[in-house]
Design a protein around this ligand. Structure first.
Ligand code: HEC
Ligand code: HEC
Ligand code: HEC
Ligand code: HEC
Length: 208
């Protein structure tokens, strides 16, 4: 499975080489301790809802995304939603809900994940990223496995973003932060700059 997610594998290996064993140990420790406590802890879970995120405020209809190891169904306020399977285990579904609080549940073999979201106005609405791009801008299906179009994640991002000023904006060079998805949610976010987590938590992934 992981073989098909080359960017992740490459990025992890590169990070390990670059900073040496000490840094990697810290990272491992943080990955265990921090992901278990502060972070949603579902980043690499085989079954999970990728979009929207828990607590999001949706200002209109959006296409949701879920990943399942085998098969699964999605329920909006308890009612089964129609899903499309873009590739084995990759589900998309249309979420259209009247103003107010709602629940979204992914039921999969051996478990379930439930999140809540609100439909309506907000100062920090959930914003899709990229706004109108097809999944295939970044992904591709190889041997019926959902993977990435480019081997290096940054190549995918720099297709649309000018990363010339990366070091200035990020206070790190591109090698140090090659794993863009550690901090940014590539599918959308309620945070400024499409952050995956509030900045403080994002930084703590490496700086304890
Ligand atoms: C801007 C690029 C981009 C677009 C467009 C995009 N994705 Fe992704 N996707 C990513 C990245 C980057 C990751 C890895 C996320 C991470 O490591 O947290 C990912 C991860 C995933 C995963 C999890 C893969 C796994 O095996 O863990 C699924 C499923 C997925 N995307 C589905 C979709 C679908 C469906 C669409 C279209 C509705 C889509 N993506 C559009 C960049 C994108
Ligand atoms: C298909 C083009 C496209 C690709 C590919 C793409 N983006 Fe974007 N991205 C956009 C657009 C358009 C916006 C501005 C609209 C918005 O904020 O949603 C944006 C906004 C952002 C922002 C917020 C910028 C700001 O000033 O608020 C970040 C951060 C970001 N993208 C990161 C990434 C990362 C990381 C990747 C690679 C995984 C990526 N993008 C790939 C088109 C793209
Ligand atoms: C350590 C967390 C972190 C990582 C990893 C990270 N970013 Fe960012 N990114 C940020 C933060 C924080 C900002 C907001 C910077 C600011 O306040 O100006 C940002 C801003 C951005 C922006 C909008 C500003 C601009 O320069 O246009 C883009 C685009 C972006 N990042 C792309 C990327 C890409 C591509 C990668 C991977 C190569 C990446 N980021 C990796 C934290 C991160
Ligand atoms: C992917 C891991 C990673 C993440 C996430 C990360 N950094 Fe770093 N950061 C590094 C590395 C590697 C260095 C270089 C340290 C060295 O050479 O000893 C560094 C250096 C720094 C430095 C220079 C001072 C120092 O300690 O050497 C500052 C300041 C800094 N980071 C702030 C941040 C902030 C703020 C965030 C969140 C937006 C962040 N970092 C997120 C990896 C990371």
């Amino acid at each position: 499975m992981r073989d098909h997610l080359k960017p992740t594998v490459q990025r992890t290996a590169a990070r390990r080489d670059r900073k040496g064993a000490a840094f990697y140990k810290t990272k491992l420790f943080l990955t265990g301790a921090l992901y278990a406590s502060l972070l949603p802890a579902q980043e690499q879970a085989p079954n999970r809802i990728l979009r929207p995120t828990n607590g999001a405020v949706l200002t209109g209809k959006i296409e949701g995304i879920a990943k399942v190891a085998n098969s699964g169904s999605v329920f909006l306020d308890g009612a089964l939603l129609a899903t499309k399977e873009k590739a084995p285990g990759v589900l998309t579904f249309l979420i259209e809900a009247p103003s107010g609080p709602h629940s979204l549940e992914l039921k999969y073999e051996g478990g379930a994940e439930k999140l809540t979201f609100t439909s309506g106005k907000s100062e920090t609405p959930f914003r899709l990223h990229p706004p109108a791009a097809a999944c295939e801008t970044c992904h591709t299906v190889r041997d019926s496995i959902w993977g990435f179009k480019n081997e290096v994640l940054e190549t995918t991002c720099s297709g649309c973003h000018n990363l010339k000023d990366f070091a200035t904006r990020h206070q790190h060079n591109r090698e140090q932060l090659a794993d863009c998805a550690m901090c940014h949610n590539p599918h959308g976010s309620s945070e400024a700059f499409h952050m995956k987590y509030p900045r403080k938590i994002a930084c703590k992934q490496c700086h304890g």
